[in-house]
Ligand binder design. Structure first.
Ligand code: NAD
Length: 507
């Protein structure tokens, strides 16, 4: 085979045979007779399209809608790092989509597939997400175009610290400016390096640790942040399946107990979503990772699968699976009630939607369903719990972490013992006036003051439950709104528009 030119920005190896990448910056120039793809990325355009669709149900001026859609600041940069005896150029981005609220907020993605369009789209989704769950931030997102698996720990630290220095130099990070968090390919470790670098460059700054969230607890993180996104996804699904009138047309009963679920991605979001769904009595029938997928209609044990993958390096070969698929995408197409894509965008497209058997898609990942696939799924009566709501648990608890960093005190520290003493006094009073005696166990349950974790989880649950009801009610009020996604965008656009008008930016 003879190729004349070959410029590949990146290549993803596990596409289904007829898979057509949508959001990817994919340019392959091959011999004239063998042209493969030359498709421009359009994830950001897709997100803008959702806003346009929602705008029809609002009364806002077109100019204001255009301002809401626009990405306010896009910082594209590159820096060299030493790799072996040579240098490598690292490409990176930070996008602040909207400043209708400050600071802006959004994760940093470490992926060789990351590109400007994707970071802009994800930053925009953050704006709408924060509005939906009433978190007072504008949206932002970062991207570092590397595959973390190809770098040593020291190199990753070097890249992360240098990225932070670049953001600091250009005023793209700070507790009152822009606050990153973990995303695909990054976690507590990277957030620690960011916090430490920012602190070093801002000595004496009292609120410096509020410059990033998703930090480990020992470095002023917050209890419950690591599992917050997955916990939030589980709450979102639980709320969705709690409405009998919504479940009946799907032929489903209410409640999570016994619901058959397939999860794609066993990373942070996928793992914790699965864990909490299991706690609610759901049956995990399928798990998909990039190397393949496994299935058992009677259920899979998460910890057993996780440990099997840890020890063998693959999800495949798990002895209790009744089916396995080397092409991971086939795992999504198996029998289930709820499909939870928790890996990457663009996993459910017009090419595989007809084969998806789930009745509910809960978008734990950002942008996993293409607009065409989403429309086809809704048309056949399915429910999509949209990404900007479903995975908002992470940013909600990040908000709590940021508040903790600014107040410099752990939640519950001031009131916990006071509450316990008050509860004991009330119980003593009840016992002495009624003659009743409570058991030690009863006394302990009633007396207990709330820990930070309990407060965080309660704030998260309240946010996810209220927001679901808000979105669903908006949809029910306007019969022409065909999906929870459009309803969520209508609510978000309204809130952002009000902010702009209140600021006097818009007359
Ligand atoms: P992660 O890096 O911890 O995990 C991603 C997992 O997906 C990995 O295990 C990876 O091997 C797997 N994966 C990659 N490609 C796959 C494929 N083709 N098929 C099956 N599995 C595949 O990332 P994460 O933090 O869990 O993020 C996952 C998604 O959730 C992303 O879209 C991210 O933007 C979104 N999200 C994350 C958070 C958060 O708090 N981490 C918050 C909101 C949204």
């Amino acid at each position: 085979m003879e190729f004349c030119v070959c410029k590949i920005d990146f290549f993803c190896v596990n596409f289904a045979p007829n898979f057509k990448p949508n959001y990817l910056n994919f340019h392959i120039m091959a011999k004239a007779s063998e042209v493969v793809f030359n498709e421009e990325p359009h994830f950001y355009q897709d997100v803008c399209g959702f806003v346009d669709q929602a705008a029809q149900f609002t009364k806002h001026d077109k100019g204001l809608i255009n301002q809401i859609k626009a990405c306010n600041s896009v910082y594209r940069f590159q820096f060299p790092i030493r790799k072996g005896n040579s240098f490598e150029i690292i490409h990176a981005w930070r996008v602040e989509h909207s400043h209708h609220m400050s600071p802006t907020k959004g994760g940093i993605r470490y992926s060789e597939m990351v590109n400007e369009d994707e970071v802009m789209a994800l930053a925009a989704l953050m704006t709408y997400k924060c509005a939906i769950v009433n978190v007072p931030f504008g949206g932002a997102k970062g991207g570092i175009k590397i595959n973390p698996k190809n770098y040593s720990l020291a190199e990753l630290e070097n890249i992360t610290r240098r990225y932070t220095v670049e953001l600091t130099k250009k005023n793209f990070i700070g507790p009152g400016i822009d606050v990153p968090a973990p995303d695909y390919g990054s976690g507590e470790r990277e957030m620690s390096w960011i916090a430490d670098t920012y602190l070093t460059m801002n000595p004496g700054s009292l609120d410096a640790l509020g410059c990033v969230t998703g930090k480990p607890i020992a470095l002023h993180g917050i209890a419950g942040r690591k599992e917050a996104t997955g916990r939030g996804v589980a709450y979102a699904i639980r709320e969705c399946v709690s409405f009998a009138e919504d479940m009946k047309p799907l032929g489903l009963t209410t409640g999570l107990s016994g619901k058959k679920i397939i999860v794609q991605g066993l990373g942070n979001v996928g793992y914790y979503t699965t864990k909490f769904l299991l706690e609610y009595g759901a049956i995990i029938v399928g798990l998909c990772e990039f190397e393949g997928a496994i299935y058992n209609e009677n259920g899979l044990d998460l910890e057993e699968v996780f440990n099997h993958r840890k020890s063998t390096g693959s999800i495949l070969g798990f002895s209790k699976a009744t089916k396995e698929f080397k092409n991971s995408a086939e795992g999504l197409e198996q029998e289930c009630d709820v499909l939870v894509p928790a890996a990457l965008e663009n996993q459910i497209t017009e090419h595989n939607i007809a084969r998806i058997k789930a009745k509910i898609i809960a978008e734990a990942a950002n942008g996993p369903t293409s607009p065409a696939a989403a429309a086809a799924f809704i048309n056949r009566g399915g429910i999509i719990i949209p990404d900007m709501y479903a995975n908002a648990g992470g940013v909600t608890v990040s908000y709590f972490e940021w508040l903790k960093n600014l107040s410099h005190v752990a939640f519950g520290r001031m009131g916990r013992r006071y509450d316990e003493n008050s509860n004991i006094n009330i119980m003593n009073l009840i016992e002495s006036t009624t003659g009743m005696t409570l058991t030690n166990e009863q006394r302990m349950v009633v007396a207990k003051g709330a820990s930070e974790l309990e407060l965080v989880n309660s704030g998260l649950e309240d946010t996810m439950v209220r927001s679901y009801h808000e979105i669903r009610e908006l949809k029910m009020r306007t019969p022409k709104i065909d999906s929870l996604r459009t309803a969520a965008f209508v609510g978000a656009v309204d809130k952002i528009a009000v902010s702009y008008m209140n600021m006097g930016v818009w007359p």
